[in-house]
Design a protein around this ligand. Structure first.
Ligand code: 173
Length: 502
């Protein structure tokens, strides 16, 4: 704000500016005139108008980094501060019921010592989390077939363990893009971290530092990029996931800021020219607006939390842009969301440092194949067409989606991956137990790695190759889809089935 005196408003004053032609809102104790910004808001004007004249902090917080409003709104629209004593009532009305309920459920959760595996965090998260948050994190595209397949595909790979190997000492550390990692996975990028817990992605930053694994910071984090870099321990490597903006100047700034701040790898998301349809997420809001439906007013179908903020993503992104990325940064580039061998080879020929074989956690195209299945196709194509075996220096393969056990990770390593990405399980861990939950998840995985490497007869990841697995059925999609427990517990059908005023 310019000038030496800051204007202070009462909640009543702000409340008068509550229309489309004169719209003020309060965020983080500051008053903003957003009238001219309404039509430019990536999430549409409707959601802002719901908070016209009111405090929008609780709605704003999980979806935007703290600096989103200050950087997007011209200085003259930063009107001043709110007199906190007058706003308290407003805050209470708009916020805390959901948070109060969450905290009460958190109190009633089982002790952390009862958690034995990563699936357990998901079960607790479903009970504890605010419904909207659970809907956003757990949702996946269309009928969620790919979402379930991601996990099921690992069931089609079996081990061929070696015996009588001295496995007293086993080492499962590795390097990812040249950076040390205590285990062969990284924490992959996921948006809107504060939906699950007030500290958001900082939980991940801190736990990653503590356990020596690498966090990929998302473009759409709830915490600001700088908070997450500042939150890292000295020397703790971090990656950055990039959504490419229609305005390439914005993208250039993000990339160069990441490089300046020491980010060690840039993961460009290439599987989201448009966001998939996540009906669980969409339905959530639809039910919020149920009153309007009952009155017979047709409400606009809500697009869910993710779609609401995704309109900045550039659907025209294409292969020609890779050269431009190379010209603006020296960070290693990785394409995240490759789904076929032809594209993996194209990426290699384009000179990037690696690819993530991924279907975006089943959230984009339903019936896209699992990362682990794509890995088999990719490795075969590189062998046949480029005479390359993996791991290969200078070009790394990663897989994400459906990983819940160290055995899943070891299968991917055996088949040629350098590391895998794990996303939702860590969100569920911190949504249920804060950072301690992630710390526990790391211990669980470490113990699973140690035991399974011993049982497999391998003392280091280098010894884990394709001869230790039987992936002969990977392309057979014969696992019956109905009757899957993950589906039965997570899928939520239409709850408001009724006929509108006959
Ligand atoms: O999967 C997602 O939800 C996601 O990647 C996203 C993309 C844009 C906006 C919000 C989330």
């Amino acid at each position: 704000m310019s000038g030496s005196t800051v204007k202070v408003f009462s909640a009543a004053e702000v409340a008068q500016h509550n229309s489309k032609s004169d719209c003020w809102i309060i965020v983080h104790g500051k008053v903003y005139d957003v009238t001219d910004f309404l039509d430019d808001h990536p999430g549409g004007s409707k959601i802002i108008l719901k908070y016209a004249g009111k405090d929008a902090t609780t709605e704003y917080e999980p979806i935007h980094p703290p600096d989103a409003i200050t950087t997007n709104l011209p200085k003259e629209k930063h009107l001043g501060e709110i007199d906190a004593s007058t706003v308290e009532k407003v805050l209470k009305i708009v916020s805390s019921d959901a948070e109060k309920g969450r905290l009460a459920r958190v109190e009633a959760r089982p002790h952390l010592s009862e958690i034995l595996n990563l699936h357990d965090f998901e079960a607790i998260a479903k009970l504890v989390m605010v419904e909207k948050a659970w809907a956003y994190y757990s949702s996946a595209a269309d009928d969620e077939i790919t979402n379930r397949e991601n996990h099921m595909a690992y069931h089609r790979i079996w081990f061929r363990p070696k015996i009588l190997v001295d496995v007293e000492k086993v080492d499962f550390s590795t390097t990812i893009l040249g950076q040390k990692s205590s285990m062969p996975f990284y924490i992959t990028a996921t948006a809107l971290g504060k939906l699950g817990h007030p500290d958001g992605e900082l939980n991940l930053t801190r736990a990653a530092g503590k356990s020596g694994v690498i966090q990929m910071i998302p473009t759409l984090s709830s915490c600001s990029f700088d908070e997450l870099v500042d939150g890292a321990a000295p020397g703790q490597p971090q990656f950055y996931q990039l959504y490419v903006n229609k305005d390439r100047n914005i993208t250039k700034k993000l990339v160069q800021r990441a490089e300046q701040r020491g980010i060690k790898g840039l993961f460009i998301t290439v599987d989201a020219p448009q966001l998939g349809r996540r009906e669980k997420d969409m339905r959530q809001k639809f039910e919020d607006d149920g009153a309007d439906v009952q009155k017979g007013n047709r409400v606009e179908r809500n697009q869910g939390a993710a779609r609401a903020i995704s309109s900045f993503i550039d659907p025209s992104l294409n292969w020609k842009d890779i050269e431009w990325f190379k010209s603006i940064t020296k960070m290693p580039l990785v394409l995240k969301g490759v789904q076929r061998a032809e594209d993996a080879i194209k990426a290699y020929d384009a000179g990037v440092a690696g690819v993530v074989l991924s279907n975006h956690g089943g959230r984009q195209m339903d019936f896209a194949r699992s990362g682990i299945e794509i890995l088999c196709e990719v490795v075969k194509a590189f062998r046949e067409q480029r005479n390359i075996c993996f791991p290969h220096p200078g070009f790394e393969l990663y897989v994400d989606g459906g990983v819940r056990r160290a055995t899943d990770v070891l299968k991917a390593i055996a088949l040629g991956a350098t590391a895998v990405g794990i996303g939702r399980p860590f969100l569920y861990a911190y949504s249920s137990y804060g950072q301690e939950g992630i710390d526990k998840a790391m211990v669980i995985l470490r113990d699973e790695f140690e035991m399974n490497m011993r049982l497999l007869g391998a003392t280091s990841l280098k010894e884990i190759g394709p001869e230790l697995v039987d992936a002969g059925s990977i392309h057979q999609h014969v696992v019956p889809v109905p009757g899957d427990r993950l589906f039965e517990t997570n899928y939520e059908g239409i709850q408001s089935a009724r006929l509108l005023e006959l």
